[in-house]
Write a protein that binds this ligand. Structure first.
Ligand SMILES: [Zn+2]
Length: 138
């Protein structure tokens, strides 16, 4: 059985831009827009329905913190969020994610297209550069 992609990114730490006792924020390798981030529980949990209330409140607290960072420090005009729950199959790729997470999409001018057509695979340098820019403000 393949390792959970989000757990893998957490373990490798290269994509991690923030963490606390229960939440981790990750730069996904397939990005829709600059500063696209994933906010995830540190523990492998497949569904928000299985999370105790105090744990999903922590997820939303970090979402608020990251949204403020995007809008107040990184120049986003607005932010969009999606909450991904249970088994997510990423179309046209072999990615399968079973780890609850909130995706954060900053909008610069126009509404960010999150239909998948604009998705771009980031290389290690792009992930490292994005991480550096975000860490200046965290
Ligand atoms: Zn996982």
């Amino acid at each position: 059985m393949k390792e959970c992609l989000i757990c893998k990114w957490m373990r490798e730490k290269e994509n991690v831009v923030y963490y606390d006792d229960s939440i981790v924020v990750i730069i996904p390798e397939l990005s829709y827009v600059k500063y696209h981030l994933l906010i995830c529980p540190k523990e492998h949990i497949e569904s928000i329905f299985d999370m105790p209330k105090d744990e999903y409140i922590k997820l939303f607290d970090v979402m608020k913190k990251i949204g403020k960072l995007m809008e107040n420090k990184l120049g986003a005009d607005a932010t969009r969020y999606t909450l991904n729950n249970n088994h997510l199959r990423v179309s046209k790729s072999s990615m399968h994610i079973k780890h609850v997470h909130i995706q954060v999409f900053p909008c610069f001018g126009e509404l960010t297209d999150i239909t998948g057509t604009q998705r771009k695979k980031l290389n290690k340098e792009e992930i490292s550069e994005t991480k550096k820019e975000i860490l200046k403000h965290v």
